[in-house]
Ligand binder design. Structure first.
Ligand code: B3K
Ligand code: ZN
Length: 886
């Protein structure tokens, strides 16, 4: 029996994990310039890992204890410079290995550990998926492979030998370049492959794959002439569905060269598709691992939205090679350094390839419905948190999407050219380092300010964005002097309190704005930097007029804030009809939709406003109205449920769902002739190949949903028929249109989808989600039955999320007043948590809005939360539940 290490773990065993704090950061007292790993796969349930860590103490005078992390590892042997260590020389517990008095000179520590990938259901570390062995190390999975500090500021060069049975695991991959591959001299049934990665990297970027995979090979020639071999590895039979991902990768490589001047730095780039994966994809150095649903796609089996998403995720992971891998994070508090920046980069990539204005609207809508929701609930946290219990709970929309918004604001404040000079300096200055978000901001302002011009804003104040949680709110009051042609706007900002942060300071908020004057169209776009609590901006020289001009605010969604300007309905209709900024135009429409939906949900429809909206829509839909089908479909889309809920006094998701159904019915019946003629107008473009035709398909789906709601039998049958057709986009649009309606076409469409796709798990998850989100009297029993469906795979987070996420998207069932939906969800989360803490703790966030519900629902969620709290939960899920209950 080995003695137990003195550590925080003793406390965590008692069920209370102490938080980690940013202020406690200390550099690791050793460097590990080189690591050799020998991974011998005996069986999928028995893998032997020998690790040689070449350690160099920072202090050569006094011995510093060496603490290495290790979880679910069976330590077989431990040697120091080749000599076995006495058991009295180290301490071992469930979480770490400690050598209290290691040498003060460089030394090699060798550990041999056995692991069982088959028993590893957490999908972190080394695990089995469909017969293949694969890894996920970010954030703290490497400690499940071997003993190691497992922190991002320890960078090493890795050499990895993998040995396995040749027939069962013909493909053996790791990071870097393949150095050699051969059969074993003494056993031809086994083979070995050696990989070497010349770039020092943190352990979270380590990856290894062993399996029977099919390879799709291509090439990319970099700007400087390096020929890079690109390989995609998929399960047999999936080869035909890889062209889109491969083309996306090549587009990403070209984009990073042309926009950032950043080239790929190795001779090969591998991507592997894995069915069982906790998130979308992972940027391991030169060995990206993807959730198979983000690789396998063509127009028949994926929607336009999915194709765009795949392209952007392929881009995102590829862009990480520089923003994440070459420059990594000093510690996990800096997570947004790589994630916010890489999201910003992938957003720009999509905007450049497709439509900049529509991408901006898509991102703004997403931020409002996810990040703003997070910001106003119990799990609100800053882009740079100062403490956490489980880092996996911090892969959030705040770190990712709000983080990207901070970078976008820097670009808006500095202008694109100066901003890009800052970016170049960042990549040059910190290449090969583990950096902080402060380093990033410093590089941006140093690079931008190299022209000697003032920055135009207070950088120190800007940094508050990283530390202050919550969505700022801006109130705008305008005063118009019609005789003088002078407009004054008074802006006032405030940020609501968030857990642990009561008082907030004013932030630097870039406000892009302009005015529209009658008969003069939109004026020049201006930037106003709001950096005090209250400020007034005055615009002189406008044409004198009795009527104040229409103000277009936060154009291009220039800051991640909410605002209220008390704009008159006339102004909103004017902006909706023709603002020259697509975001501001869409936003005016969103405000109008909100003013229609919320009263309907409260049982008091605004009939006068509804008929004004019908007129405005009539103009948009007319032949001489909005020509671009994608723009039209975007303008006609309702605000998301989360945003609507946040505007209700007492959030009532079923009432909102009813209101949107009623509204669709009204719109479909009142605008039928115009809608039908628009359908006819786009019909001939529906079969164009993505990205062509996507606007037409989007508009068709939207019109189906309005007409089907209004009882149009032609639209219902076209929607149902689409499930049999060649376009997944139209099939899913048809299903979405029919889903809220209890009709034969809906049942027929769901059956066809089931029968057509049941052999393709990636697509069949959609059926699970559709089934779970279809409103039916017996929906909860059906959801429970889905969990026993022969094709439901409880080990695949995709399936779990399809069913349980589908249930959440079924408001009447999930939010049933008797609490049955909440209770069911709590029990499922407990079950999922037993095998996969990361997936469970994410699911637990479905309860985050409970304090905004009415008293009956609040009481029901409280019961569900106490069921959860009394279970034996992982640290991850416990952290979320505790925050929720606080
Ligand atoms: N960096 C990964 C996310 C890892 C999540 C770990 N729980 C994918 C990405 O953001 O690119
Ligand atoms: Zn990322």
């Amino acid at each position: 029996m080995v003695p137990t290490a003195s550590s925080e773990s003793a406390i965590s065993w008692a069920g209370v994990t102490p938080p980690k704090r940013l202020s406690d950061y200390r550099p690791f007292p050793f460097s590990i310039p080189r690591i050799e790993l020998n991974v011998v796969v005996h069986q999928p349930d028995s893998v032997l890992v020998t690790a040689d860590l070449h350690l160099e103490p920072s202090d050569s005078k006094a011995a510093t204890p060496l603490i290495l992390r290790g979880v679910d590892l069976e330590l077989i042997s431990i040697l120091l410079d080749g000599h076995p260590l006495e058991s009295s020389s180290y301490l071992l517990n469930d979480e770490q290995l400690e050598i209290p008095s290691p040498p003060t000179q460089p030394f090699t520590l060798t550990t041999v550990s056995r692991l069982d990938p088959q028993a590893n259901t957490s999908l972190e570390g080394l695990y089995e998926s469909g017969g293949m062995l694969t890894t996920q190390c970010e954030a703290e999975g490497f400690r499940r492979i071997t003993f190691h500090p497992d922190r991002p500021d320890v960078l090493s060069r890795y050499r990895v030998r993998i040995e396995a049975d040749r027939a069962r695991f013909p493909v053996l991959l790791s990071n870097g370049n393949e150095i050699s591959a051969s059969a074993l001299a003494d056993d031809a049934s086994r083979h070995e492959v050696v990989w070497e990665d010349p770039f020092p990297k943190p352990s979270y970027l380590f990856a290894l794959v062993a399996g029977d995979l099919r390879e799709i090979k291509d090439h990319y020639s970099t700007a400087s002439g390096r020929d890079v071999t690109l390989r995609l590895h998929v399960e047999a039979g999936d080869e035909p569905f890889t062209a889109h991902a491969m083309a996306s990768l090549k587009r990403s490589m070209a984009w990073d060269e042309s926009v950032y001047g950043l080239e790929y730095d190795l001779d090969e780039f591998n991507t592997v598709a894995v069915r069982h994966f906790n998130m979308g994809a992972m940027e391991n150095k030169s060995l990206n691992i993807f959730n198979s649903k983000l690789v396998l796609a063509d127009a028949e089996s994926a929607t336009d939205g999915e194709l765009e998403r795949i392209e952007s995720v392929v881009g995102h992971e590829y862009f990480h090679n520089w923003s994440g891998n070459r420059i990594t994070c000093r510690d996990w508090f800096q997570l947004s350094l790589k994630e916010g920046l890489t999201v910003f980069r992938d957003q720009c990539f999509t905007a450049d390839l497709h439509s900049e204005p529509l991408k901006r609207i898509e991102d703004a809508a997403m931020l409002r419905n996810t990040q703003f929701r997070e910001d106003s609930g119990p799990t609100a946290h800053p882009v740079k948190p100062d403490s956490y219990q489980a880092i996996d709970n911090f892969y959030t929309t705040t770190i990712y999407e709000k983080g990207a918004e901070l970078i976008r604001m820097l670009r808006t404040l500095l202008g694109p050219e100066r901003f890009m000079r800052g970016m170049s300096l960042y990549f040059k200055r910190h290449d090969g380092e583990a950096a902080t978000t402060e380093d990033f901001v410093n590089a941006i302002v140093d690079g931008a300010g190299a022209d000697g011009q003032p920055l135009g804003f207070d950088v120190e104040q800007f940094r508050l964005w990283y530390h202050q949680a919550g969505t700022p709110h801006v109130t705008v009051k305008s005063h118009w002097d019609g005789e003088a042609g002078r407009l004054s706007l008074t802006l006032q900002q405030s940020t609501p309190p968030t857990p642990g942060q009561e008082r907030k300071q004013p932030l630097v908020i870039p406000v892009l704005w302009s005015v529209l004057q009658a008969n003069e169209g939109a004026g020049e776009e201006r930037l106003f930097v709001l950096d005090q609590e209250t400020q007034t901006v005055v615009l002189e020289g406008l044409s004198p007029a009795a009527q104040p001009p229409v103000v277009s605010l936060f154009r291009r969604f220039s800051a991640p804030v909410t605002w209220a300007s008390g704009q008159a309905l006339d102004d909103l209709f004017a902006l909706f009809a023709g603002d020259n900024d697509a975001f501001a135009r869409w936003d005016a429409g969103q405000q109008l939709w909100k003013r229609l939906i919320l009263p309907r949900a409260a049982g008091t429809p605004e009939s006068e406003l509804e008929s004004r909206m019908l007129d405005a829509l009539g103009q948009l839909l007319a032949v001489d109205g909005e020509k671009d089908p994608a723009v039209l479909a975007t303008l006609l889309a309702f605000p998301g449920p989360a945003e609507l809920e946040s505007l209700q006094k007492e959030a009532d998701p079923p009432a909102l769902e009813r209101a949107t159904c009623e509204l669709r019915e009204l719109l479909g019946s009142q605008l039928a002739p115009l809608l039908t003629s628009r359908l006819d107008g786009v019909a001939s473009s529906l079969d164009q190949v993505w990205p062509a035709g996507q606007g037409e398909r989007q508009l068709t789906g939207l019109i189906w949903s309005w007409l089907a709601a209004a009882g149009d039998s032609g639209a219902r049958s076209d929607a149902a028929q689409a499930v049999e057709g060649p376009s997944m986009t139209l099939a899913r649009a048809g299903l979405r249109a029919l889903q809220p309606i209890d009709c034969d076409e809906r049942d027929q469409a769901l059956r066809s989808f089931h029968d057509r796709w049941q052999e393709r798990p990636v697509i069949f998850d959609t059926w699970f989600s559709l089934e779970a989100s279809t409103p039916r009297a017996d929906a909860l029993e059906r959801v429970a039955a889905l969990l026993d469906h022969p094709r439901y795979d409880p080990m695949a987070p995709n399936s779990v999320r399809a069913v349980l996420g589908g249930l959440v998207g079924n408001p009447r069932v999930f939010h049933a007043l008797d609490g049955s939906g909440y209770q069911f969800m709590a029990e499922q989360i407990i079950a999922v948590d037993q095998r996969n803490a990361i997936t469970a703790s994410r699911l637990a966030k479905v309860f985050s809005r409970w304090r905004t519900y009415g008293s009956e629902r609040q009481a029901a969620v409280k019961r569900a939360l106490s069921t959860l709290a009394s279970a034996d939960l992982s640290t991850n899920t416990r952290e979320v539940v505790t925050l929720m209950e606080a």
